[in-house]
Design a protein around this ligand. Structure first.
Ligand code: 5AD
Length: 484
């Protein structure tokens, strides 16, 4: 029996890619293991969005060296963004790595691993599928690993040119998937017991119906089409055609593509959550301009307000970079002011980290490390105050919770997500397992990053998955600030 171990770093796109990696391996006769000592293949699916993420990978790979010395037949593979960015250089840098695999080359993985097991020299395969982009389908899992929530990719790559960001290099130009293909995957997942679908893309809301071969067209031509985003139409279609989907999320939208049609969809479609994660990056127009974000703080605020008025109680969370080159104390104070004005209930904060092949490299990295630390701490302190106030304001209200599984803290509670994506611990009536169902609760208490609710009546969903292996992603809070 051939065994593999996949370790994932980074964003939801990588989590999604890792699942596809597992599927292609399992289709080729591989079996998962959690033990690196038992594995015949160890694959790291990597992130390079910040330098720290890249360091994490290098130290994790270092741990494998003794294993490889002991068992030269062990195949060590690096996939994902670091693989795409560095290509063959990685094979030179880390001589015991056997395979470097770009995000668009996942289907080739089993054959490449077999070639290496048969004695081929180390391989770097990092080619974008520009002409006929492939989108690997998520397959609903059966029985023990059945899940009520799944990611579906609607586009890949990125045509934005944010000056800090390495993603256009690691994920290539934007390529879109047809609505028919997306809807059929969502339908298959829903039939397999999935109740919550998260549409994924680097700028997910720039989606439009693709025409064959266009991803190879010049950027200016593609730009015309993507500014006429049809994303709201896609949301409406899924809502109408796959009623089994109870929650339809999307991440990450770009503020530029928050169109009137998308705002209207939030007012009309009950399956959209009352929460949007909308990265702002900075509240200073001067910094936004240098970041090439293509909106002003006032424009961002106007769109945030429009979303908030479209749906009662809609909350917003965001990503913020502190210490971008040239960011002054005044610029940073403008960011804090915007955080207050929008009323973000959560934020992921990051210290600026210079990345290869990005425009901002030319600006240097002039904000001292301790200033970045200080700004990050002040940002988190403010967001935490807003988050606590928000959670406290919910005590005594009712909420609709999609229950994901038993709470980690035991005690017979279950955990799920509210319509605004807060984590809610649910106390069900004795003997009731609400996993995979949408239940209404009364919020009894607010904790630092979560809520406690008492279930007052379930809406049992026919054929809902019952007591699967708990997969409560408490790590992905969407609540806490982080610098990872
Ligand atoms: N330095 C710091 N943070 C970055 N991000 C992207 N690139 C960088 C960088 N060079 C952050 C942005 C983005 C999130 C995924 O990572 O806030 O929204």
């Amino acid at each position: 029996m051939k065994r593999y171990l996949v370790q994932t770093f980074g964003c939801q796109m990588n989590v999604h890619d890792s699942r596809r990696i597992e599927e292609v391996l399992e289709a080729a006769g591989w079996q998962a293991t959690d033990e690196s000592t038992l594995a015949d293949l160890v694959l790291f699916n990597t992130c390079s969005v910040r330098e720290k993420a890249e360091h994490k990978l290098r130290s994790a790979v270092g741990w494998l060296r003794p294993l490889k010395d002991e068992r030269p037949g062990l195949v060590i593979a690096i996939a994902g963004c670091v693989a795409q960015q560095e290509g063959e250089q990685l094979l030179r840098d880390i001589p015991y790595v056997d395979l470097v695999l770009g995000p668009d080359n996942i289907p080739e993985l089993p054959a490449l691993v077999e070639a290496i097991r048969d004695g081929a020299p180390p391989i770097a395969r990092t080619v974008f599928d520009l002409e006929t982009p492939q989108f690997l389908h998520a397959h609903p899992r059966s029985d023990a690993r059945r899940e009520s929530s799944a990611f579906v990719t609607v586009m890949k790559g990125c045509d934005e040119r944010c000056s800090f960001c390495i993603v256009p290099t690691t994920r290539g130009p934007e390529r879109y998937r047809s609505a028919d293909d997306i809807v059929s995957e969502v339908r298959a997942l829903a039939q397999g017991g999935v109740h919550e679908v998260t549409l994924l893309g680097q700028t997910v809301n720039s989606w439009y119906e693709p025409t064959p071969g266009e991803s190879a067209a010049p950027l200016e031509l593609r730009e015309k089409r993507r500014t006429a985003s049809h994303f709201a139409g896609l949301l409406r279609r899924i809502a109408a055609e796959v009623p089994e989907v109870l929650r339809l999320r999307y991440t990450s939208p770009h503020p530029r593509h928050i169109t009137p049609a998308l705002i209207a969809a939030h007012a009309e479609l009950a399956i959209l959550p009352a929460h949007v994660h909308l990265p702002v990056q900075s509240g200073s127009d001067r910094v936004l301009k240098r970041m090439l974000r293509r909106y002003t703080a006032a424009e961002y605020l106007a769109r945030a307000r429009a979303l908030q008025s479209a749906r009662a109680g809609l909350t917003l969370s965001t990503d913020i970079i502190v210490g971008f080159p040239g960011e002054t104390e005044e610029d940073f104070l403008e960011t804090l002011a915007l955080v207050r004005d929008v009323g973000f209930v959560a934020a992921f904060g990051f210290k600026y980290s210079p990345r290869p092949q990005t425009a901002a490299l030319a600006l240097g990295d002039d904000v001292p490390e301790d200033t970045k630390d200080d700004r990050l701490a002040r940002l988190f302190a403010l967001v935490e105050v807003q988050q606590r106030a928000h959670l406290a304001s919910l005590v005594g209200t009712r909420s609709t919770v999609l229950v994901e599984g038993p709470s980690r803290d035991g005690g017979g509670r279950f955990a799920g997500r509210s319509e605004r994506h807060e984590i809610v611990h649910v106390e069900p009536p004795a003997g009731v397992d609400p996993t995979g169902t949408l239940v209404t609760v009364e919020i009894l208490a607010a904790f630092k990053h979560s809520l406690l609710g008492r279930m007052d009546g379930g809406v049992p969903i026919p054929d809902a998955p019952r007591t699967p292996k708990p997969r409560v992603h408490l790590g992905v809070l969407g609540g806490e600030g982080s610098e990872s």
